[in-house]
Design a protein around this ligand. Sequence first.
Ligand code: SF4
Length: 245
Amino acid sequence: MPTSTAKPKPAPRKRSPKSLYSEADLAEIFRRFSIQRPEPKGELAHTNPFTLVVAVALSAQATDVGVNRATKDLFAVADTPQKMLALGEERLRDYIKTIGLYRNKAKNVIALSQKLIDDFGGQVPKTREELVTLPGVGRKTANVVMSMAFGIPTLAVDTHIFRIANRLLLAPGKTPDEVEDKMMKIIPKDYLYHAHHWLILHGRYCCKARKPECEKCVIADLCKSPEKTCDVPATLVELPPQVII
Ligand code: SF4
């Protein structure tokens, strides 16, 4: 019997569900992000889960730096729901009046403090279902709180993550919720905890909204964006600390 000289065909690269990227590509993308920023941190100052919920609720359409400036004095006098209620809405407004939409936010912070006392024994709950019942807390805030206060991996889809998911065709979606669902399925489990911050920082400092800086990008060879302008990845080194805004 003649033996065949044909080489066996290489096994097709495994693709993750709902993404153009193979599992190997996704693992490599996040491995590189993890080398650039080994310990990315959120910048919102807080001292406990309650002050984190308040800080995140105040941060909508405001910068972390601006929120931190206002909450420094506020949290010194009101770091529990009970103390926040004792402070009252009017005095709370004075502390946060440098933050956009502060009147509405003050109302929400007082209402959420009351709800924490009435329904949760004064403690911040850990599940998304419970967190979103708090006034002023949406899915994105709940995700940030779950991740930063309780170490539960989540992906709060902000403007940067939404853009990257669509631009790179990583997890295209029309709404943040759709992107979140798809991203949660494709991000390798080992990298899920920090993925949120890595993607935000990548969007803020490299894959920028108006014009991505592809020549500075460490995943330029892997990126499948029709908008990319360079195929050669930038040198992979750890970056100095950068601010998440
Ligand atoms: S190559 Fe360009 S488009 Fe792709 S991720 Fe990097 S910066 Fe963004």
